[in-house]
Write a protein that binds this ligand. Structure first.
Ligand code: SF4
Ligand code: MG
Length: 317
């Protein structure tokens, strides 16, 4: 039995993404087994890079990713393969990640066959069970990706991830490409799978409406740093960080997503050359003199609620 799921500590940069020198800096976050953590931020904030490091697609250049207390980079090949199966990633655009020349049976069956989770003789039954789990008719296993709707393809992508019995899903904008009504169905599927399979999720989204719908805890990133982390109810009732406050002034609902982030003045700066001190200072309505030179640290304000803003040190920024 697994009693501690992923913990990510002190991630610094990603060497497989040279165009972003330090996409993620000094991020420290822990995820408990069975938890759904929503990771939110504007594009370029480093949330996808962080997700890919957790899923083992990018290696951090410094720092550690701990899974069940073990440093992923220090594991033996066998242990590492086990951890890589445990942690599966679900991407935004299933069409781009589903081989158009493979039938669903092969798409879903490839990894479990390779890892001897099932056998050729049992493959049809195995794939049928997985398809049913994601709400697809097993007869679909003979078809190709282009024969499905966007929502069905999303389910195929989820089936492929589930086929290796993961414990932890990293979902990167997994419903962003879908129509709103389909989005709700797929989010409900994620919640149902969480119950049935005791899954843990890192759910990455720019969309606060989506994150609000399913997260136990919300982590807000800005230009490669975590600025606030708290139980979802706390974040949505009273965010501490001025960036979080600006995001939440206009929480989009699933039906009004065009409103997102409209309340924040200015453009997001380039992650290649982030502003000094607090990265948010050029856009912050509460900016003070220290903010331009001193990096605010993530402080625990009350149990489980962290925020990185000089205003929490007492006095002004
Ligand atoms: Fe705003 Fe300063 Fe707080 Fe940054 S540290 S969020 S600039 S008040
Ligand atoms: Mg992204």
């Amino acid at each position: 039995p697994v009693d501690a799921a992923g913990k990510i500590a002190n991630l610094l940069g990603a060497k497989n993404k040279p165009e972003v020198v330090h996409a993620v800096n000094d991020v420290s976050l822990g995820i408990k087994q069975g938890e759904v953590v929503g990771l939110v931020g504007e594009s370029g904030c480093g949330k996808s890079t962080l997700g890919r490091m957790v899923a083992g697609i990018y290696e951090p250049t410094q720092g550690q990713i701990l899974y069940q207390g073990m440093d992923l980079q220090g594991l033996s090949r066998t242990q590492r393969m086990g951890a890589n199966l445990d942690i599966q990633m679900i991407f935004q655009d299933p069409m781009a990640s589903l081989n158009p020349r493979m039938r669903v049976r092969e798409i879903v069956g490839e990894a479990p066959l390779f890892h001897q989770i099932t056998s050729k003789a049992l493959l049809d039954d195995y794939v049928a069970t997985i398809l049913q789990r994601v709400g697809l008719d097993p007869v679909f296993m003979r078809r190709y990706p282009h024969q499905f709707s966007g929502g069905q393809r999303a389910r195929i992508g989820i089936a492929r991830a589930l086929a290796v019995n993961p414990k932890f899903l990293v979902c990167d904008e997994s419903v962003a490409a879908l129509d709103v009504s389909i989005q709700a169905q797929v989010l409900n599927l994620f919640m149902q799978l969480r119950q049935e399979l005791n899954l843990t999720y890192l759910f990455i989204s720019h969309d606060l409406g989506v994150v609000k719908y399913l997260s136990d805890r919300v982590v807000i990133m800005y230009l490669g740093r975590v600025v606030e982390s708290a139980p979802a109810a706390k974040i949505f009732a009273g965010p501490n960080h001025p960036y979080s406050q600006a995001l939440l002034e206009n929480v989009p609902t699933l039906a009004h997503r065009h409103k997102r982030f409209s309340s924040i003045k200015g453009e997001i700066p380039s992650p290649l050359n982030p502003p000094s001190g607090c990265h948010f200072h050029p856009r912050c309505p509460k900016v003070g003199p220290r903010c331009k030179s001193e990096v605010p640290v993530l402080r625990e304000l009350e149990a489980g609620h962290y925020s990185a803003c000089h205003l929490n040190d007492g006095g002004t920024g």
